[in-house]
Design a binder for this molecule. Structure first.
Ligand code: ZN
Length: 425
């Protein structure tokens, strides 16, 4: 199955391909192969290599997609792909910390040449901190290896846990995937003191990537595509543009493109490329505002396409998005469940939620009662974004008065309202 977005990227090839970084040692920190992911996505090693070729990139870290029946065979497939790749691919083992053999499987793969471990708290359903994760990170540290965490929505305490793990295991290289969207604002004040904490850039929302470039020291950013969930050609373009927007030089961008990852994979120490640029190079731009607009646009666009706009089904990470299993879906929506776990197609009105967007639902909100009303509306997503904005503001990145609420009965959003969220000034 072709890489997602590859045809579109191909059409824009001449615009996307960068001359300035043509000689950079491009090394993609985040690609997947597999055939059993419940999300239906599949990718072969040949497709990943072809994706690298199309973007004119040299190397990639590769690891398994979600494997509901266990990761042993999938890790073997990854290791085989690496040995057949002529040095272009390097492996991360994927393990499920809830599984009894997680540490042994990680060790087996490291012994077989894997450069680290990939962990996915949401799809493998574990929370942090987790004793097995502590052991896995300690094992990686013994080998100066990588531990890459999926970092998207719905992973409580990931940022704090990653910082603790990085501090406790200075020889482990902790990577938060997807530009650390869930935690970048929270980690911004401490990331400079944690030189073994990295963020990969595999993310489709440019304003989020830009936020990472603002807050994270450039030596701690690693270029990544998330193939097959997105094409390297676009990911590299977005990475370079974000880097240039915050004033990074070609030399520094070449390090982010792959120089630093090459060093890490070789077991060397990463180099310091200076502090995070902060918001100053952006002038009047307020990246937090841009994130709000971008996420809302995606949510509204999804609504018009007929998607049911719950926060849980909002635009998540381009990769690693999981479909709910029928049983879980049935638990959540018993009125729509059929015997055997099949889910009935929703009524037409339910499939067109924009028609019901003004129906406010009184009651508790899933995040612990931070609002008086919850809307069945993309405003659910807005609430996630607004929390991010509040956090960004605490670190000085946002103009004042970007506070939103969605509380009144007609479902209108009120920018600038001063009482929408607890904890706001
Ligand atoms: Zn991924």
């Amino acid at each position: 199955m072709p890489i997602d977005g590859a045809a579109e990227a191909e059409a824009l090839h001449s615009l996307l391909l960068s001359d300035a970084l043509a000689d950079a040692p491009w090394f993609d920190a985040h690609t997947h192969i597999g055939a059993n992911d419940p999300d239906g996505r599949k990718a072969t090693p040949a497709e990943i290599l072809e994706g690298l070729d199309r973007a004119a990139h040299g190397r990639a870290l590769v690891f398994a997609m979600h494997e509901p029946d266990g990761y042993g065979p999938a890790n073997n497939a990854v290791l085989a792909a690496v040995s057949a790749s002529g040095g272009r691919l390097e492996a991360l083992a994927r393990v499920d910390p809830n599984h009894a053999d997680a540490v042994d499987e990680a060790r087996r793969c490291l012994d077989a040449g894997a450069r680290g471990i990939k962990l996915h708290p949401r799809s493998d359903a574990f929370a942090l901190p987790h004793p097995t994760v502590d052991r896995i990170v300690a094992l990686a540290a013994e080998r100066r290896g990588i531990v890459l965490f999926h970092a998207g929505r719905g992973i409580p305490r990931l940022g704090a846990a990653a910082a603790t793990l990085a501090q406790a295991n200075p020889q482990a290289r902790i990577v938060l995937a997807h530009a650390g969207i869930s935690d970048v604002a929270e980690l911004a004040p401490v990331v400079r003191e944690l030189p073994n904490l990295f963020f990969d850039t595999a993310w489709w929302q440019v304003s989020d990537v830009l936020a990472a470039f603002v807050h994270v020291p450039p030596g701690q950013l690693l270029y990544a595509s998330d193939m097959p969930y997105g094409p390297g050609l676009f990911a590299a373009f977005a990475m370079e543009r974000a880097g240039r927007a915050v004033g990074l030089s070609d030399d520094v961008l070449a390090e982010i493109a792959g120089g630093q990852l090459g060093r890490i994979v070789a077991g060397e120490d990463p180099i310091d490329l200076g502090p995070a640029p902060g918001t100053r190079p952006l002038g009047d731009r307020a990246v937090a505002h841009e994130r709000v607009v971008a996420h809302l646009t995606a949510a509204v666009s999804g609504t018009w396409g007929g998607r049911r706009p719950r926060a849980e089904s909002g635009p998540g990470p381009a990769g690693d998005r999981r479909r709910r299993r029928p049983a879980a879906r049935a638990r959540r929506h018993p009125h729509r469940a059929r015997p055997g776990g099949a889910v009935r197609r929703p009524r037409r009105s339910a499939r067109r939620p924009h028609l019901r967007a003004d129906r406010a639902v009184p009651g508790r909100h899933a995040d612990g009662g931070t609002s008086r009303l919850a809307l069945r509306h993309p405003l659910e997503l807005l609430r996630i974004v607004e929390r991010q904005v509040v956090r960004d503001r605490r670190h000085g990145d946002a103009a004042p008065n970007l506070q939103w609420r969605a509380l009144d009965g007609d479902g209108h959003v009120h920018p600038g309202d001063r009482h929408g969220l607890p904890g706001q000034p």
